[in-house]
Design a protein around this ligand. Structure first.
Ligand code: ADP
Length: 209
């Protein structure tokens, strides 16, 4: 099953994808994670996109589309995948339509106030990408990962200036995709406000139906 996760930054796409991946046994492909790992490893791509990510703007479509095309060409996608963070523009959606058939688009619905709360409290374990929130999902020991014990970090683009910019970018570039996929009859709207396990249940029920 080929699934696209759509919704504003901070709606919980990454968290849900990690849970859904276990249920469906298909890879979780996050364009944000791929960019961040390139930045961490100092690749050419990483150098090119570092400033763009820090500011919360979008990486140019050509770059992102080719990266996804290469990733979807790998063997582990044969029985499906969960795409998280792609497509983010109409042009990317059109390119994806040419690459593959998408079975379901899950649209996470969450208001701006909640988005800002979630993003500003988000912390990450840099080596695994494991996600915490300082209030709603804190680690056992403040500031450190439960598993590896490494210090947690805050993403540059989770700082207030960048959060506001990402919300603007989402509204202008990405929200139009809701209409695009609704027109194709493949959208499932999911309330992203409840706890992750609740959201997972709702998604699984909707996928079965
Ligand atoms: P978010 O928490 O905003 O959903 P992601 O981890 O998905 O964050 O993406 C982080 C950043 O990576 C984006 O702000 C953007 O700079 C870049 N990025 C990720 N996916 C795309 C995409 N499909 N097109 C362009 N840029 C992207």
């Amino acid at each position: 099953m080929n699934i696209v996760l759509l919704g504003p930054p901070g709606a919980g796409k990454g968290t849900l994808a990690a849970l859904l991946k276990k249920e469906l046994d298909v890879p979780h492909i996050s364009t944000g994670d791929i960019f961040r790992s390139n930045i961490k490893n100092g690749t050419e791509l990483g150098k090119k996109v570092q400033g763009i990510l820090a500011s919360g703007s979008l990486v140019p479509d050509e770059v992102t589309i080719e990266m996804v095309r290469a990733r979807l060409g790998e063997d582990d996608t044969a029985s499906g995948y969960i795409l998280d963070g792609f497509p983010r523009t109409i042009r990317q959606a059109e390119a994806l339509d040419e690459m593959d058939e998408i079975d379901a688009v899950i649209n996470f619905v969450l208001d701006d106030e909640e988005v800002v709360k979630r993003l500003s409290g988000r912390r990450l374990a840099p080596s695994t990408g494991r996600i915490y929130h300082i209030i709603t999902n804190p680690p056992k020991k403040e500031g450190f990962d439960d598993e590896t014990g490494e210090p947690l970090i805050q993403r540059d683009d989770d700082k207030p200036e960048a959060i506001r910019h990402r919300l603007d970018v989402y509204r202008e570039e990405t929200a139009p995709l809701i209409g695009y996929y609704r027109g194709k009859g493949r959208i499932i709207d999911i309330d992203a406000a409840p706890a992750p396990e609740e959201v997972l249940k709702a998604v699984l029920a909707a996928l079965k139906a």
